[in-house]
Ligand binder design. Structure first.
Ligand code: FAD
Length: 406
């Protein structure tokens, strides 16, 4: 194939694996470097499972800073803030506050929508090409609003009424009867019938299985490091030993910031800690559509016979240990919203760090190093944006006039 490259991707999460799959399909040779024993063990492991193609509004929006101040005083706050003596955290927070206005939110939402929808179409091609099942369904997504003014604002922002329907409380619970007990407390909802769900870890596994069958792919287990190299190139080492690489793609989630620092690249990434629970609900309680309880920022997705619930944005928590206090708050919120969700059994608590930029827009594109591309910062939407980001990167590798993002 003309223009065939030998590409090394750092990071075996959903972003690195989707990029590897897109590039191998294009005829490139791909080496994926992953430091863990298995792929998909970090942020991509037990996320909310929503392929939220039509609802991509970044967290940074008008009124969020004011809401956050109110939330900080609530025990079940969807956002918590622990200020640290860390200039990077302050810079990130300032950038976030700077993006908390309607105009910036709309502009960034349009970028994310474009990226998401291109990926939605391509995912169907990939599935048709024989990717293993990852509990994928297209049940639609229902965003429930309790606060009337937030609902009015959301309804006003709907630009495509064919793809996003504004619903009364009764229409919401008709679409998703599992939430019937909430009807009297609802102001309304927005339903996106074309949105999907899937298990992100199983998607990673399916991509890896398909890649492993390709002669042009190899997985190398080891810790990657980057340093300035000769001329305008960067040099890669794995487990301390030099590693030959024609073109490197950095896709290492939140670790990308530390990896890029020796190169003098200051990535605007901050880890936003979030939680999930995976339950086997009582009969009749498993929601069929995917649901977001907007006011509490809790998402619900039925994955096979399990319910995946994900929530919480903890700013300033740098570990991935599920904190008992936050788990208790999440369990209480879920029990109040969807009685029977726990079915009396295990709920497999998990926490991960969303690799977030202040604006919510990922960084995809070239760097000042001729042999280094970035695919980082997918925040709360990495599963949704993984395929679209891979396509954008594929165009950049091809030298096409692809717009860099972020
Ligand atoms: C609670 C929660 C709920 C979420 N819900 C959703 C949702 O419903 N829908 C959605 O679209 N998104 C969701 N997300 C976001 C999504 O999970 C992330 O954006 C996505 O997983 C990021 O993928 P990634 O590949 O960039 O990072 P990761 O999955 O973290 O992968 C990075 C990989 O790089 C490896 N690595 C790091 N450093 C090195 C190194 N030096 N050498 C070699 N390998 C290295 C790591 O081991 C890891 O495997 C959620 C996230 C959280 C935390």
């Amino acid at each position: 194939m003309a223009g065939r490259r030998s590409i090394t991707i750092i990071g075996g999460g959903v972003i690195g694996l989707a990029a590897a799959y897109a590039l191998v399909r294009e005829g490139h040779g791909v080496t994926l470097i992953e430091r863990r024993e298995d792929i998909g063990q970090e942020a991509s492991f037990a996320n909310g499972g929503q392929l939220s193609y039509h609802y991509v509004s970044p967290l940074a929006d008008a009124g969020v800073a004011r809401d956050a101040l109110g939330w900080l005083l609530r025990p079940h706050a969807p956002i918590s803030l622990r200020l640290r003596a860390d200039p990077h955290q302050w810079r990130w927070l300032l950038g976030f506050l700077g993006a908390c206005n309607r105009r910036t939110n709309r502009k960034n939402a349009a970028i994310l929508l474009d990226l998401a929808l291109s990926g939605q179409a391509a995912l169907q091609t990939w599935r048709a090409a024989g990717l293993d099942d990852f509990l994928w369904r297209r049940p639609g997504k229902l965003v429930l609003y309790r606060n009337p003014s937030k609902f009015r604002k959301a309804a006003h922002a709907v630009t495509d009424p064919e793809r996003q329907r504004t619903l009364s409380p009764a229409e919401c619970t008709a679409i998703e009867p599992a939430f019937a007990s909430l009807q009297s407390r609802l102001a309304g909802g927005i339903f996106s019938p074309e949105d999907e769900v899937g298990d992100c870890f199983l998607f990673c596994t399916a991509l890896h299985k398909a890649l492993a069958a390709e002669p042009d792919f190899r997985l190398v287990r080891g810790q990657a490091e980057l340093r300035p190299g000769p001329g305008d190139r960067c040099a890669l080492a794995v487990d301390g030993r030099p590693f030959e690489a024609d073109l490197v793609i950095l896709a290492a989630g939140i670790a990308s910031r530390a990896l890029a620092r020796p190169l003098g690249i200051d990535l605007p990434l901050y880890g936003l800690k979030g939680y999930s629970l995976t339950t086997r609900p009582q009969p009749g309680i498993l929601p069929s559509v995917s649901v977001t309880d907007y006011d509490n920022r809790v998402v619900y997705a039925g994955l096979g016979d399990r319910l995946r619930v994900a929530a919480m944005v903890d700013i300033g928590a740098e570990d991935t240990v599920p904190a008992p206090r936050r788990l208790a708050a999440l369990r209480a919120l879920v029990a109040e919203t969807l009685p029977g969700a726990f079915g009396g059994g295990e709920d497999a608590p998990w926490a991960g760090l969303r690799p977030a930029t202040p604006t919510g827009v990922p960084v995809i594109g070239r760097t000042r190093y001729a042999n280094l591309l970035l695919n980082v910062g997918h925040g709360a939407l990495g599963f949704t944006l993984s395929v679209g980001s891979a396509l954008r990167l594929k165009q950049i590798v091809a030298g096409a006039d692809a717009r860099a993002i972020g």
